[in-house]
Write a protein that binds this ligand. Structure first.
Ligand code: HEC
Length: 189
């Protein structure tokens, strides 16, 4: 009789101990994910602390001011801070970039494979504007256009400072990631 009771008490305490350790484990995971979720905020903090790359237009290499608030995804924030395109080699982003290339009519001038049509091929490794071999340079060209028939954001007379107008920084990075899959350079070299 006594032994059974002892057994029950023992079992109960084992169950209690297990529940407690499960709780502790839960808390630990929570702390972990909290720490991870603060990471994307590190980029804007860096940007507002002055760690943003300086953009210049393709026409005259004049400073190109782009509202920092438009860089509203972790990838766009990373690009703003480093000038590197985090979407290079990211299959999902590349697939989206392919769609965006069609959506903003890039296809009509540059061809379905970005190998040229009315406009030049975008595959490289040589470009009319050599800076397009880098992702920062290509971003600037797409954002602000050229004087030779490439409109700002690919759509002609668009105000590149109006966020409601055309392609966003995040979409531009995805388009570039797709364009780069056709050539030998990543643009992040
Ligand atoms: C109306 C036609 C047209 C559309 C639409 C267009 N482009 Fe262009 N693009 C051109 C032309 C023409 C040039 C050559 C510009 C020059 O010589 O100054 C060019 C040049 C470029 C260059 C520089 C190439 C080099 O060799 O330096 C890039 C990059 C580019 N376009 C990307 C894009 C992307 C991405 C889109 C879609 C968002 C787009 N273009 C939409 C006509 C177009």
């Amino acid at each position: 009789m006594k032994l059974t009771r002892l057994c029950v008490t023992f079992k109960l305490s084992v169950i209690l101990a297990l529940m407690l350790s499960a709780l502790v484990a839960c808390n630990k995971t929570d702390t972990g994910s909290n720490a991870a979720s603060t990471n994307p905020d590190a980029a804007p903090a860096a940007a507002s602390a002055g760690k943003a790359v300086g953009f210049v237009d393709t026409q005259e290499s004049k400073p190109l001011v782009i509202d920092v608030a438009l860089f509203d995804t972790p990838a766009a924030k990373e690009f703003l801070a480093t000038g590197k395109n985090p979407y290079i080699g990211n299959e999902e982003a590349v697939a989206q970039g392919h769609k965006i290339f069609g959506m903003y009519s890039c296809t009509q001038c540059h061809g379905p494979e970005a190998k040229g049509q009315v406009g030049p091929g975008l595959v490289g490794p040589t470009f009319k504007y050599p800076k397009n071999a880098t992702n920062k340079g290509m971003f600037e060209t797409i954002w602000h256009g050229t004087n030779g028939g490439m409109g700002a954001k690919g759509k002609g007379l668009m105000d590149p400072t109006d966020p409601s107008n055309g392609i966003t920084p995040d979409e531009t990075l995805k388009v570039i990631a797709w364009i780069r899959t056709h050539g030998d350079i990543t643009g992040n070299e």
